[in-house]
Design a protein around this ligand. Structure first.
Ligand code: ATP
Ligand code: MG
Length: 145
């Protein structure tokens, strides 16, 4: 069975990537699917004078993890009835680096992701996470528009 990693940040593009994986699963009669979300503490929360006093990292990371697991669960629910053996994995750290690490650790055949995510910058063809995964991957990468 083909082993696929689907990276999701819960964005509309990531949902479309999930829908495409559902179709792939149907046409190939089943896939092994690893759903990955990465909780990322933005640099703006880490730097600057007084930042440490204003942000409780424990609370911040707990919130990120809860939100990330929620995204993983709802994506898995979207894939109910699809011919896929689904596992979910929450990771923390740099999103692209963690997605690449998960892809190697689980020996996946294919990484699927959206071309854009939750970032606010319009006009770009590719978000920074998909660009960096594409750059560093040792497997085929499918980027869904
Ligand atoms: P940027 O983050 O550079 O401001 P963006 O948010 O529009 O831009 P990306 O973050 O590169 O674009 O998102 C592209 C795809 O990467 C998403 O559709 C999703 O598949 C994946 N992705 C992005 N962030 C994460 C994350 N934290 N965890 C898992 N997958 C992610
Ligand atoms: Mg993003």
């Amino acid at each position: 069975m083909m082993r696929i990693l689907l990276a999701t940040d819960g964005s509309p593009h990531a949902l479309r990537a999930a829908a495409f994986v559902a179709r792939l699963a149907k046409e190939t009669r089943g896939v092994d699917l690893l759903l990955v979300n990465v909780g990322h503490v933005p640099a703006v929360a880490l730097g600057g004078p007084g930042a440490g006093a204003m942000v409780d990292f424990g609370v911040l990371e707990e919130g990120l993890e809860r939100a990330g697991r929620e995204i993983l669960d709802s994506t898995a629910r979207e894939l109910t009835g699809v011919d896929a053996e689904i596992t979910t994995e929450y990771r923390r750290g740099d999103p692209a680096g963690q997605i690449l690490e998960a892809a190697s650790a689980k020996n996946v055949d294919l990484v699927v992701m959206g071309c854009r995510g939750l970032g606010q910058l319009g006009g770009l063809i590719l978000g920074s996470v998909s660009e960096r995964v594409l750059h560093g991957a040792h497997t085929p990468v499918l980027i869904v528009r």
